[in-house]
Design a protein around this ligand. Structure first.
Ligand SMILES: NC(=O)c1ccc[n+]([C@@H]2O[C@H](COP(=O)([O-])OP(=O)(O)OC[C@H]3O[C@@H](n4cnc5c(N)ncnc54)[C@H](OP(=O)(O)O)[C@@H]3O)[C@@H](O)[C@H]2O)c1
Length: 249
């Protein structure tokens, strides 16, 4: 029996990287997958890659209207859902002195507010025993250069998870955090590092990781599948660090 047979799973930021790898794995394990993201063309390509009747809903997690329309479409098509992976995220590295209020809002609106109101809007549709997975970051607990705003925007996620795990306990809904270390996805290219400097950057990161390398999206997807499935039925409110040991040093 497939591990997510008969389940409806929604993954925000599901057209790329960790979200896409998780969407593929959830679909292979029998789930009806719904992904969301802003870029329609990349969303359409991802739907093809995922297969298994996956559905894409375009929108911005910073928008409350988007969350309302996702909830409405889920209700109309499926009546409810079993897995919600709030994974969409952005990163901009800047020293604190250079951060403008607009820079601050851009990361918090997506990484923090987007998670909060996403969960708020789908919570009424979650079936009993559902699983919520929130993608945070190693940066939430480890100090890294230029990460202050991003780290702050991700640090709230663990607090949300712990509060929601108790708020939703009567319905046996579990809420856990997936906390990746550096993973080789498109987000690395969005850090403003040129192709020329990318190998040096990857080497620098690898040297900081006990595993001696970055993670790949599939390794994160396997951890997400664990949190989504009944394999983790007795696990609630945790932060699962999938970082090759980088949080240790
Ligand atoms: N890769 C890493 O090293 C790493 C480490 C720690 C934590 N993380 C976290 O892991 C999550 C996934 O990152 P990734 O590495 O897979 O990066 P990615 O490949 O860049 O994927 C980010 C995803 O988020 C979506 N997204 C971004 N802003 C959005 C918005 N406002 N509304 C809706 N969707 C939005 C993107 O799609 P569109 O652009 O089409 O909207 C994309 O699907 C993020 O939360 C990130 O912070 C990543």
């Amino acid at each position: 029996m497939k591990r997510l047979e008969g389940k409806v799973a929604v993954i925000t930021g599901g057209n790329s990287g960790i979200g896409l790898a998780s969407a593929c794995m959830f679909a292979q394990e029998g789930a009806q997958v719904v992904i969301t993201a802003r870029r329609r063309d990349i969303l359409d390509q991802a739907i093809e890659v995922i297969g298994h009747g996956a559905i894409g809903i375009q929108g911005d997690v910073a928008s409350l209207e988007h969350h309302a329309s996702v909830a409405e479409e889920l209700k109309r098509r499926f009546g409810g859902l079993d897995i919600y992976m709030a994974n969409a995220g952005v990163i901009t590295l800047q020293p604190t002195a250079e951060v403008t209020p607009e820079d601050y809002d851009a990361q918090f609106n997506i990484n923090t507010r987007g998670v909060f109101f996403g969960v708020q809007s789908i919570a009424p549709l979650l079936h009993d025993n559902a699983s919520i997975i929130l993608t945070s970051s190693l940066a939430a607990t480890k100090v890294l250069d230029g990460h202050a705003v991003y780290a702050g925007s991700k640090a709230a996620i663990a607090a949300f998870a712990r509060n929601w795990a108790l708020e939703l306990r009567a319905r046996r809904i579990r809420v856990n955090v997936l906390s990746p270390g550096p993973v080789d996805t498109a987000i690395i290219g969005k850090l403003g590092i040129s192709d020329e400097h990318r190998p040096d950057f990857l080497k620098l990161m690898s040297d900081m990781i006990p595993a001696g390398r970055l993670g790949d999206a599939e390794e994160l997807a396997r951890a997400a599948l664990f949190l989504a499935s009944t394999d983790s039925a007795f696990i609630n409110g945790i932060e699962l660090h999938v970082d090759g040991g980088m949080s240790l040093g």
